[in-house]
Each structure stands twice: as structure tokens, then as C-alpha cells.
Design a protein around this ligand. Structure first.
Ligand code: RM4
Ligand code: MN
Ligand code: MN
Length: 424
């Protein structure tokens, strides 16, 4: 399903004068409005192919209907999102949940929506029906060389799919670890994993990156072989320049100072990018910014400072993606909310006067440092986001348009109520 540009324009027309007032007020209070708008327009956040259906927990799943039944329909959903917000211009595939068969037609379908292919993700945390050996006791870490070889080959296969689609990175998230003390020799597991990753790394095209994602626990509950940023950093630094550490916001132990992790990874030029989500307890995969928007802002403060210090392009030098699961909300509405929250945090971070902050730090003026951060955080930047959307041909209010145009009902009538999207 596609939304006609005229529907977006007509909807925008209703709200344009209210927006002009709000934008005028906001713009009059900040100095660098045009520069911020340019950055907001360029900033795109990839959508994972496995987050377009209803998520669930081990206790149940409550589908809302109209879920995409195929890769083509997933691309159509991301296309719809992108038409509404002009900020979701790429899709990240998880193999084998989504295996393209005809690359040329999938690529050309995606391009009709203005969608490109972000990082490809391998999956060695589940067994597939025709698979010879099991990942029950791990994949790249496995004590059996045969299992490691199978997992290595899968990753190389994923790279091949990615090359055909125009992706430029492989994301590796391993569930490898152990559930009970004594089950695993930690250093052997590390060495096996490193050796396996080296083989995969050797298969990377020259302009590709390899992202190593860490996660503290789940599905293993005693140890995880890439359990934290230190372990990921150890792997990526041993592997080489193309390997970087991927931060998924939900993958830390409670109260971890993620912004400090981000700052240090950037200092070492080892930050790959993000899987955005929010959480209260563990890997809850909730909407970005829904629980702790201040943390998201503090992370963006470090990101903006770090990217500026290293002369990096905000839009393209790090990888930006959502990794969330929607148990009770419409997946597309939830994704719109995540994109909005991420861009709000980014815009607020762009308001910070880095020189003033540095001078407050230099003078140990703690109160002033807090004032500088919180003044930015408490600024309502939503009119800036709206202006950026208008200038890029998107909707003034994507969520409202999604509802008033009854887009979910249209998707349900096209696809049915009992469809299930592949993914988690
Ligand atoms: C993991 C991790 C990975 C994602 C899988 C589905 O917890 O976040 O990035 O690919 O879930
Ligand atoms: Mn993730
Ligand atoms: Mn996760």
C-alpha cells in the first residue's frame, strides 16, 4: 500500500498556520535553526525487518492484524513509514527470517519507496529446519568445530545476500554463553569465538564493516560470551579496523552509564552505532525514549560531541537503527514514536553550546554544567522536527495522519487479520 503525496499535503494544509506560529517562536529562541534543520533532514534511522509485526513474550502474543506477510510487504511498511516521516529510509534484514530470492526485483521495489538496505544480520541463535547441527550450546564459541564451521558459513552467506542488496555491514549478535557454572570454559569460548569471527572478517568486502553487538544476558543466564562492551571491544580491537562495537540500549545491566560507554568507544574510534529502544528492567525492547528520555538525550550529547571532535558526518558515519518489539501497540505507530523520540534527543543535543559546557567543566562549575544540559533537554524542539518534515515532503503529524487516513484498516483489508510477520 502506498500513500499518495496529495493526502499528505492536504493533511499538512490543515495544520500549517498553527505550525508556523510554533516554529516561529522556537526559531526565535535559538541561534542555529537552519543548521539544525539541515541535520535533522539528513538524519535517517533504519527499520529492522523483524519489528514490523506484533512482538510477544514467552507468555503470549496478541496480533493486531494486517502484519506484512512477506519481505515485499515489509518493504511496503517501511516505505509507508518513510513517506510519513522521511526519516526511515532504510531496512535492515535478518537472515534467514527474511531471505531475498530475486535481488533485482527486491532492490527495485525498495527504490520505488526511496528505501535502501542497511546492515544485514545473521542468526545463529535459533536452529533452522534443514540445519545439520544444533546451536543449543552456542555457535561461534562451540566446542565442536563442525558447529563453528556451520555458523561461520552462515555468516558468510549473509554477507553475500548483503552484497547483492547493497548493504555495507554485517551485524553479529551471538546468544553464545552458558546457563550454569561449570558448563563453559570461558577463555576457550572466547578464543573459539575470536577464531570464528576472524574467518568471517576475512570474508568481508573491503568497503564493509562488521558490528559486534554485546548483551549482558538472555537467552543464556549465567554467562554470555559477548556480554558487555569490554568483551565486544576486545573482539573488535583484535579483529581490525572494519570491526566495531554495536550498542543496543537494552543490552546492559541495570543502571549502566551508557553515555560513558559511548564516549569511550568514540574516543577509540570503535563505535559502530546503535540499536535504539528503551527499557525498565532488561532487554525490554520498548519504544525509544518511552521510559528514560533524559538518558537518550545524554547519549546524544556524547554522540554529537564525539562526532564533532572526530569530524564525522552525523548522518552517515555511524549506524542508526531501531531494535524494538511491539507487544501492545500498532508496530507502525510504535516505530513512528521511536523515530520521533530519537530525533528529539538528537535535536536537543544539537542545542548544547559545547564551548560553554567545556568551560564549565574546566572551571569545575558543576551547577552550570547541569544548567547547560538541562536547558537544552527542556527545550521543546518538536516544531523543529515538524519543520524538517515539512521541508522534506513528509507529514506534519505522521501518527495522526496514520490514524485519520485509517492506514491500518487498509492494511488489514489488503492482508487480512490473521497474518504473522516473521521475526521475534
Ligand atoms: C537480540 C539483539 C539482536 C537482534 C535479536 C533479534 O536481543 O538485540 O540485535 O537481532 O535480538
Ligand atoms: Mn539489537
Ligand atoms: Mn536485544
Amino acid at each position: 500500500m502506498r500513500i499518495d503525496q496529495s493526502v499528505i499535503n492536504e493533511h499538512n494544509q490543515q495544520y500549517i498556520s498553527k505550525h508556523k506560529d510554533e516554529f516561529g517562536y522556537t526559531a526565535s529562541r535559538i541561534n542555529n535553526t537552519e543548521a539544525i534543520l539541515e541535520k535533522l533532514i539528513a538524519f535517517q534511522i533504519a527499520i529492522p525487518s523483524w519489528a514490523l509485526g506484533t512482538g510477544g513474550t514467552r507468555f503470549g502474543r496478541f496480533s493486531g492484524g494486517g502484519e506484512p506477510r512477506s519481505l515485499e510487504e515489509k518493504i511496503a511498511d517501511v516505505g509507508l513509514l518513510h513517506a510519513l516521516n522521511k526519516s526511515s529510509g532504510s531496512i535492515s534484514l535478518h537472515i534467514p527470517w527474511d531471505i531475498p530470492t530475486d535481488y533485482i526485483s527486491i532492490k527495485s521495489l525498495a527504490s520505488t519507496y526511496g528505501i535502501s538496505f542497511d546492515a544485514v544480520n545473521s542468526n545463529t541463535f535459533q536452529d533452522q529446519p534443514q540445519q545439520a547441527l544444533s546451536y543449543k550450546y552456542g555457535s561461534l564459541q562451540h566446542v565442536d568445530k563442525g558447529v563453528r564451521k556451520q555458523a561461520i558459513e552462515h555468516n558468510i552467506d549473509v554477507i553475500k545476500h548483503g552484497v547483492a542488496l547493497g548493504s555495507k555491514a554485517l551485524s553479529v549478535w551471538l546468544s553464545d554463553g552458558s546457563c550454569f557454572p561449570g558448563q563453559l570454559n570461558f577463555s576457550n569460548a572466547f578464543k573459539n569465538t575470536l577464531e570464528s569471527l576472524e574467518e568471517i572478517y576475512a570474508a568481508l568486502p573491503s568497503d564493509w564493516k562488521m558490528y559486534i553487538e554485546y548483551k549482558a544476558f538472555e537467552p543464556n543466564f549465567y554467562s554470555t560470551t559477548v556480554g558487555d562492551w569490554g568483551q565486544s571491544y576486545l573482539f573488535t580491537s583484535k579483529l581490525g579496523e572494519k570491526a566495531k562495537t554495536l550498542v543496543d540500549l537494552g543490552h546492559h545491566l541495570p543502571n549502566a552509564n551508557i553515555e560513558q560507554i559511548v564516549s569511550l568507544l568514540m574516543m577509540e574510534n570503535k563505535l559502530a552505532g546503535f540499536h535504539f529502544n528503551d527499557s525498565k528492567y532488561g532487554d525490554d525492547d520498548l519504544t525509544a525514549g518511552s521510559i528514560n528520555p533524559y538518558q537518550l538525550f545524554l547519549i546524544f550529547n556524547e554522540l554529537v560531541q564525539g562526532m564533532n571532535d572526530h569530524n564525522m558526518s552525523h548522518a552517515t558515519d555511524l549506524s542508526w537503527m531501531i531494535d524494538a518489539s511491539h507487544n501492545v501497540k500498532d508496530p507502525l505507530e510504535d516505530l513512528m514514536q521511536s523515530v520521533e523520540a530519537i530525533k528529539i534527543a538528537y535535536a536537543q543535543a544539537l542545542l548544547i553550546d559545547a564551548e560553554m559546557l567545556r568551560s564549565a567543566q574546566q572551571k569545575n562549575d558543576v551547577a552550570m554544567a547541569q544548567e547547560i544540559l538541562q536547558n537544552a533537554f527542556r527545550t521543546d524542539v518538536r516544531p523543529l522536527l515538524t519543520e524538517a518534515r515539512i521541508r522534506s515532503g513528509a507529514s506534519i503529524n505522521p501518527l495522526e495522519l496514520f490514524r485519520t487516513a485509517k492506514l491500518r484498516d487498509l492494511l488489514i483489508s489488503e492482508r487480512g487479520t490473521n497474518t504473522i510477520a516473521t521475526g521475534l
